[in-house]
Write a protein that binds this ligand. Structure first.
Ligand code: AMP
Ligand code: ZN
Length: 478
């Protein structure tokens, strides 16, 4: 069964076909780093991780790009309010970049604890101002902009497909109701590409531009950085469902106006929200739960990952401490069963061997069907449980299958198993080998074949044989 994904663009489930064979360009909107990520935000990144892990396990070479918004995200979703970064810095008596750096580190610490694979490219808005200016120039050259009150605006009336993603109807877009406070706008949904008039005296970060000294609008960073790293058309773009009507709608308008190419992105994947007592959790309201606050109450970050994967990414989930406790109990029970399996199987396979043909094959097949059906993690998780409960499967087969499923679920079962078998040294050894295998894959991707071959040779000297296959590189001891 091929992978199918629900595409917000068109609102239907479609078979995933990449633009280039076997390669996937994926962009997921990253964090605004003026404070800690809340557990709702982390849901979005677990979903991106689930998608990336699924694609990689299917054999795709995925370039995953994530931006870090360290400038320009105003407190209103439109163009109103003050810059969240600037306000946060002022409140803490720090520079904007110090604040951004602090919360970026905190964010990646959370990502690591949650078992989220680091993106291939992490790019900061403040380091890509030139790319944004170049893209805005292209949009301007196409006649999609106007200047008013010192700011450069995007004129949505010039882009006929405006609002297709969010199913905004053209006639409603033309209606005169002024929802915004910005009197300079021709249409209330027009948005700023470049600000030179800041409402705040001390806008800390400003750059020279053809439109004057100022700073970029929020939406342009995602268009500019995704195009820079993934090209003018790419495969998948993801973010929370809240981004559909404004942020992603505006990203499309900007990108397609600049390049003239359509569609800019083939598949749009949006996760539903995590809600707390039926309230939307919001960073700007200031009261929200962080991962650390769960850990402080005695939970493991992976308990929260388990809780999240128990829901489908397109269903709203309600957070409660009881539900998190349920997830913790279930994860502990899963680990117990897994450890028993490791003991029964005797030792760990050197790498995850192909499993579809062995006695656990039926579970792998059902697991694949679930995950390839628009990333149904609850069903996939149920297959892992079925496998671990089934005493008729040869333990070595069940172990290999569980490890294979965990490549997608990301509960760290391989490390669990290494700890169980007391293979501490072995664990170090594995880590080292796996790091080298990853480095070799990266070298191959970068067409640095000399480096790739050198790594293969050095591994061979240590008795490690590599086998390249469609689903990645496996290693085993000779
Ligand atoms: P932000 O840092 O506010 O830009 O948000 C980062 C990501 O988290 C975006 O993809 C948002 O759409 C997503 N997001 C924000 N709040 C929630 C929530 N309560 N549940 C799930 N995703 C969310
Ligand atoms: Zn974005």
């Amino acid at each position: 069964m091929p992978l199918s994904l629900f595409n917000t663009l068109g609102r239907e489930t479609q078979v995933f076909e990449p633009i280039r064979p076997d390669k996937v360009g994926f962009y997921g909107c990253g964090p605004t780093v003026y404070t800690y990520a809340h557990i709702g935000n982390l849901r979005a990144y677990v979903v991106h991780d689930l998608l990336v892990r699924t694609l990689r396990r299917l054999g795709f070479e995925v370039t995953h790009v994530m931006n870090i918004t360290d400038v320009g995200h105003l407190s209103g979703d439109n163009d109103d309010g003050d810059d969240k970064m600037v306000r946060s810095a002022a409140e803490r008596g720090k520079s904007v970049l110090e604040v951004a750096d602090f919360y970026t580190r905190a964010f990646f610490k959370d990502m690591e604890r949650m078992g989220i694979t680091r993106p291939t490219v992490v790019c900061k808005a403040t380091e890509h101002i030139d790319d944004m200016i170049s893209l805005i120039k292209r949009i301007e050259a196409g006649g999609f902009t106007y200047t008013a009150g010192g700011n450069l605006y995007y004129d949505i009336g010039k882009f006929s497909r405006y609002g297709d993603l969010a199913l905004l109807r053209q006639e409603n877009l033309q209606a005169g109701a002024r929802i915004g406070v910005d009197e300079n706008k021709r249409n209330p949904r027009d948005f700023v590409l470049w600000f030179t008039r800041s409402k705040f005296e001390n806008q800390a970060l400003v750059w020279d531009s053809p439109w004057g000294r100022g700073y970029p609008g929020w939406h342009i960073e995602c268009s500019a950085m995704s195009i820079k790293y993934l090209g003018e058309q790419f495969d998948i773009h993801a973010g929370g469902i809240d981004h559909v009507p404004i942020h992603h709608t505006n990203e499309i308008a900007q990108s397609e106006a600049a390049t003239g190419k359509h569609p800019w992105v083939r598949y749009w994947v949006h996760n539903e929200f995590l809600v707390l007592d039926k309230e939307k959790m919001s960073k700007s309201s200031g009261s929200f739960l962080t991962l650390q606050s769960l850990i402080d109450r005695g939970f493991h970050a992976l308990d929260y990952r388990y809780f999240l994967l128990g829901g489908h990414y397109r269903s709203q989930m309600q957070f409660s401490w009881e539900a998190l406790e349920g997830a913790r109990n279930a994860r502990n029970a899963l680990r117990d069963r897994f450890r028993t399996l490791v003991r029964k199987a005797g030792n760990l396979p050197a790498a995850v061997p192909p499993v579809s043909e062995n006695s656990a094959g039926g579970y792998i097949e059902a697991f694949n069907q679930a995950i390839e059906d628009d990333l149904s993690s609850p069903r996939a998780l149920a297959e892992l449980w079925g496998l671990l409960r089934d005493n008729s499967i040869v333990p070595a087969d069940a172990l290999a299958a569980a490890l294979d499923m965990d490549r997608v679920l990301g509960f760290g079962l391989a490390e669990e198993a290494a700890a169980e078998t007391g293979q501490e040294e072995d664990r170090e050894f594995r880590r080292e080998i796996e790091a080298l295998v990853t480095e070799r894959t990266a070298a191959k991707q970068a067409r640095d074949f000399a480096r790739a071959d050198a790594i293969r040779d050095s591994l061979a000297e240590r008795g490690i044989v590599l086998e390249d296959s469609k689903t990645g590189t496996l290693w085993r001891r000779r």
